[in-house]
Design a protein around this ligand. Structure first.
Ligand SMILES: [Zn+2]
Length: 158
């Protein structure tokens, strides 16, 4: 068995009146990410980690933001597509570890639902998806509440 790791990163600006979508779940808040799709940083970083581990390029290659098809798209669709690409290459998803960086609101209470949604899209047990939240200690754009960021490491086997 061969093991591969992929890394993914994403950041979106936050604006008033947008839905805060993270890990396929809407988190109640007065601001949300600006983006061509639903701006789900966790889903986007996860797609990049999966594609990276499998050597299949990145999210921009597969879902160009110039394509009107993806305007306002639910990012779980991107995850399902990435999962199919991995399956075609016979990769299994062993583990996902993610850090979402956001000043407010607290994400911990929403993690069980996010893990469930992500696990369903990827067709893996929820135990394989690990989520963590950090604030940026008031520093930089994320710390001022102007942006949300996410880092993901995906471990794949072949
Ligand atoms: Zn994104």
């Amino acid at each position: 068995m061969s093991v591969r790791c992929g890394i993914g990163y994403d950041l979106h600006r936050l604006a008033d009146g947008r839905k805060l979508m993270i890990g396929g779940i809407e988190v109640p808040f007065d601001k949300g990410p600006v983006g061509h799709s639903d701006g789900d940083v966790l889903a986007h970083a996860l797609v990049d980690a999966l594609l990276g581990g499998a050597g299949l390029g990145d999210i921009g290659t597969h879902f160009p933001d110039s394509d009107p098809k993806w305007k306002g798209a639910n990012s779980l669709l991107f995850l399902e597509h990435a999962r199919k690409l991995l399956e075609e290459k016979h990769f299994s998803i062993e583990h996902i570890d993610a850090v979402v960086i956001l000043e407010r609101p607290r994400l911990g209470p929403h993690f069980p639902k996010m893990r469930e949604a992500l696990a369903k899209s990827l067709r893996v047990p929820t135990e394989r998806i690990h989520l963590k939240a950090k604030t940026n200690e008031g520093v930089d754009a994320v710390g001022r509440g102007e942006a949300i960021a996410c880092h993901v490491v995906a471990t794949l086997s072949l």
